[in-house]
Design a protein around this ligand. Sequence first.
Ligand code: ZN
Length: 250
Amino acid sequence: MAVADFAVISDIHGNLEALDAVLADIEARETGSGGKRPVLFLGDAAGYGPNPNECIEKIRKVIFHGIAGNHDRAATGQTGISNFNLYAQESIRWTTGILSPENKAFLEGLPLVCQMEEEGLFLVHGSPYEPEKWHYLLYFSQASVNFEHFEEKVCLIGHSHLPFVMERSPSGQLIAYRDGADLDKAGCRYIINAGSVGQPRDGDPRACYLLLSGARAEFVRVSYDIEATQQKMRAAGLPTPLIERLQRGL
Ligand code: ZN
């Protein structure tokens, strides 16, 4: 049993107010041994929100390991946007236009997956199966396939912005948890979606991140100044539906 003390952030989407609130919350929580948790980043620093450069600069400074999301790769031109909806396409074009060369280079350098063998963690934005195709992983049927595509005890994902823990027993039985779970059941393996810092979609508009403490996984919700983010989006001329969804968390 590995897994240790980490804070896991995903899908920030240029929302600086949400990212600042989450980083402050992480900073304020000490581990059992009185230390600070290293931060793991599961992709999508950019897209949708008004502050991609500022968010990437913070992420560059704080993360221990990080991987790319589909919006990061779309903003750099490394992946196409034909499967994005029109609002997402518009926000990606806007993002590409304002990314600094340094931040673009940072996003370009993020890998698609990260294996942390010692800790028993595998990081990927969408799914371990064909990570470059950005599949969503939401159902037990998809999870069953995906458990065959990583070796580690725990796979950490983002992409759908919906936090959950899926547990697979040695016999192949699957259970899902919404609020958190213990990761130390004999022979069990896990797929955990860390939720979204900057654009939650589970009906709770507060920022979401995942706290790993020893063998315990817990989702943390943090309030932030949603109106401040929305105002910046309006000033930037970003699509109205993307602005309004933040206060609904959908
Ligand atoms: Zn995302």
